[in-house]
Structures are given as C-alpha cells and as structure tokens.
Design a protein around this ligand. Structure first.
Ligand code: TRP
Length: 467
C-alpha cells in the first residue's frame, strides 16, 4: 500500500501513516528523545568518558553530535515522513519517485536486522538494571566494599536462570507496550516515563551536588585536557554520538513516518539532539561526583562502573539505598523507551507485508528476539568459553550491529538523502528554501557526515583485524 502524495508534491487528506500518527509535535519529540536516551547515555557514556580521560573526549563527542548526528537524524525523519510507511516500503516508494536504483532499499532490510540484533542484547542488559532496582531497594549494598559488589555482580552474571528471568521481564514489558500501538502504547509510555525520568535525573544531580564531590566531578567532565585524548578515543566519541541518537537502523525513520506534516524537521531534531546530550551530561554530573565522594573509587572502571562501582558509593552514602533504587528505576525507564523504538521498523514492515494485526506481529517478533537474547544470557556463563574470533556470542552480536550495521546504515542514509533523493522531496520536507540553511545542510549530509562515518567505520574494522 502506498500513499499517493509524493508525485504531486501536495499534501492531501491521506497524508497519514496507516500505523498511526503522533498526536502532536511534542509527542514526537518525547518519543524520539525516549528512543535516544537509554543505556547509551546512562551506562555507556559515563564509563567511556571515564576511560578516555574526561573533558576533551566530551568536547569531541559534542562536535560529532552536531556535525554528524544532527544532519543524519534530519535525513531519517525526512525520509520517514516523505514515505509514511515502514522504512523498507518507504525506501521502495522514494526510490521509485527519485528514479533511483532499487538496491537502496537495503538500508531498510539492514535496519530490520540490526534492530533485531540490538534489541536481543539490549533487553538482557536492561534486565540487569531492572534487577538492580530491587537489589538496591533491599539494602544488600549497605556498607558495601568493592569486593562485595563485584562478588554480587559476578554471581548474578554466573546465573543463567536469573539473567533469563530479568531478560524475560524486560522483553515482555517492551512487547506489551509496542503491541498496543502508537497512540495507546508508545505515546502513553513516553508521556509518563520521560517527564519522570527527567525529574529523577535532576533530583540525582541535586543529590550529587549536596553529598558528592561535585567540584571534582564537574572538573572531570568539563576540563579539556587534550593530552589525555587518544585517536582511538576520538573515534569512540564519534561512534557513540551515532548510537546514542538511535541512528543508522531506521528507528528514527519509522518514528518520522508519524510526524505531522506541519512540524519543522530541523527544530524538532535540534531539540531531540539537545535533550539527549543534556541527559548524557546530567548522567555524568550525577555519577562522577558520587564516585569521587567515596575514597578509592575511580571513574575509569569500564562497563562495571554502573553495576560495581556505583553500588559501593550508594552503599556508603546517606540515603544511599533509596537513592540507588531510584537511579536504577530511571535507567530501566530510559531503556524501555529506547527498546520500543528498536522494534518499530520490523513491526511496521510485517504489518504491511502480511496485512497482519500489530499485536500478533509484536508477539511473534518479541518471541524471536527473546530467543536470540538467550544467546547473550549464556555468553556470560555457560557459553563464556565458546568464542568466534575470540568474541563471545554477545560480543559477536554487539560487534555486528554496533560496529558494522549501524555505521554502514548511517553512511547509506546520508548518501541517499544527500545524493539520490529527488531534490523536490527534500525541499518540500525541510521547508528551508535554498539559502544559507540549505547550503549548511547540503555540506553536512553530502560530505561531512559520510566522511566522518567512513572514518569510524574504517577504524573499527582496522582495530579488530589489526589486533
Ligand atoms: N539510543 C539508545 C541508547 O542510547 C539505544 C537505541 C535505541 C538505538 N534505538 C536505537 C541505537 C537504534 C541504535 C539504533 O541507549
């Protein structure tokens, strides 16, 4: 089914998506921010900042958001809204309207596959956060030492049953929300969870300012010491800018299909980018002062920062148990509003392809993703010795999606939007006219973004094969 608005370039009454529409521009901003803000901001950003020496890394990350992330996100929203279908069928329509080569639809197919892979492990790690919400609340970390918290974390990872349980809980909640559709599922979730998340986060920053070593945390995040930044760190910053904005696999494209025609793409995308960045920085401002407040803890502890280092801090600070419980609740909310966006490209495609009911498709997709996730669950225990090129099942899935499919997808999206998509469609969607704004956009999408992404992509390949 296609929507016949593109060839004439006029907006007619059927300029809506069969899957639903955001009820306002604000709801789109909340939903896309919900997708962007996730484990990437709260779990990953602080620890990679810690590992890469702080401020200078943050500065490079901010540059990448502005120069690569924002233009590619505009391209995704624009493509989605121009087609108003699942990413796969949207690309088919736009390829036809632009007289382009059909191979460009690979963007849609690869996105579906990447979404599948990412969700399968995202649900497992988000499950850890959900379980830690209860763990912190129970007070097991009161007065904890490092040995104590690593023992608890290792014990947890070593138990496939517990990991599977929380993986199942998280996946079921995700599928429950997406099965209800755009208005009754996605919108209801983001309408409540996003404001709660922002309030909790501000509360945590306030706590960090009172009880933490705020000055040291602030300095760590914002003092630009370039001697601490390696070339590898620069590229990590670029890759992360990409992941944190949910780009490269059609999630934002799928959400773009439900954006009202009147909404300005540039304004909404800038708002989403700014909110995502603000949340990552606020997470840093909440976490580092708390880490520095407890003697002997270091910010460069890697992925364990959230599950091993932070619980020590929570176990030794006033009101720590309650606070830790709130913190992990916040992480869980952030993760679920991201997870729901990962299913949208495949869900909408299957609904279009088989004319099926959304909830049936959601349950089927959820089941397959859950099954695939069992591989990640076992990677931390039973299968930890089973490796391919030295990578566990989880690491292979993560590598394939994060380091290959996302950069490749983002590159193709930028090239498609910049060089292939018919100009009248772009002009109509962006509503810029052809002045300075247009030129900036053109330079960013045709040259700067593709070049930047290529560097990240090439580097990640080099890193693996050279080591
Ligand atoms: N951006 C989310 C995070 O920071 C993760 C995510 C959701 C994502 N949807 C995506 C990443 C699509 C890449 C592509 O946690």
């Amino acid at each position: 089914m296609t929507i016949g608005t593109l060839t004439k370039g006029t907006v007619v009454a059927d300029d809506v998506s069969r899957h639903g529409m955001w009820s306002s521009r604000l709801l789109f901003v909340l939903a896309a921010t919900g997708s962007a803000v996730g484990l990437g901001n709260i779990w990953k950003f602080p620890y990679i900042t810690g590992e890469n020496g702080g401020g200078a890394f943050v500065l490079v990350y901010l540059l990448c958001i502005a120069a690569i992330g924002i233009p590619v996100m505009m391209a995704e929203v624009m493509i989605g809204r121009a087609g108003r279908q699942s990413p796969i069928n949207t690309l088919r329509t736009l390829v036809r309207d632009s007289n382009a080569n059909r191979s460009w639809t690979i963007i849609g197919w690869m996105g579906v596959a990447a979404g599948f892979l990412i969700l399968s492990y995202y649900a497992v790690i988000a499950g850890w956060a959900v379980s830690y919400t209860f763990r912190l609340g129970s007070g097991v970390f009161d007065g904890a030492t490092g040995a104590h918290t690593s023992q608890i974390f290792d014990g947890f990872l070593g138990s496939p049953g517990s990991l599977l349980f929380w993986h199942t809980v998280f996946m079921a909640a995700t599928i429950f929300i997406v099965a209800r559709g755009v208005a009754r599922g996605l919108e209801v979730a983001v309408r409540y969870l996003m404001p709660i998340l922002l309030i909790l986060l501000l509360g945590l920053v306030g706590y960090a300012a009172i009880y933490g070593d705020f000055a040291r945390g602030f300095e760590f995040l914002f003092s630009f010491d370039f001697s601490k930044l390696s070339w590898g760190g620069t590229l990590t910053a670029m890759g992360h800018a990409f992941f944190t904005l949910s780009l490269g696999m059609g999630a934002i494209m799928a959400y773009g299909a439900y954006v009202p025609s009147k909404a300005s793409i540039s304004t909404t995308v800038f708002t989403i980018g700014a909110l995502d960045t603000a949340v990552a920085l606020a997470a840093g401002l909440a976490i580092f002062p708390i880490v520095f407040a407890v003697a002997g803890l270091e910010p460069g502890d890697g992925p364990g920062l959230m599950f091993v280092t932070l619980p020590i801090a929570f176990g030794n600070l006033p009101l720590g148990a309650a606070l830790g419980c709130v913190f992990f609740l916040l992480v869980s909310f952030a993760a679920i509003t991201s997870a729901i966006s990962l299913t949208e490209p495949v869900l909408t495609y299957l609904v279009e392809r088989y004319d099926a009911k959304r909830w049936i498709v959601a349950v089927v997709v959820g089941l397959f993703c859950w099954l695939l996730g069992i591989g990640t669950v076992l990677s931390f225990n039973e299968w930890s010795g089973a490796t391919l090129f030295g990578l566990t099942f989880f690491e292979v899935v993560d590598y394939l999606s994060y380091k290959i499919m996302l950069p490749l997808g983002g590159l193709l999206i930028a090239l498609f939007a910049g060089w292939v998509l018919a100009k009248r469609i772009v002009v109509e969607q962006l509503g810029f006219g052809e002045g300075t704004k247009w030129q900036l956009w053109n330079a960013a999408i045709c040259v700067i973004a593709p070049a930047g992404i290529l560097i990240v992509f090439a580097y990640s390949l080099y890193e693996t094969f050279a080591s």
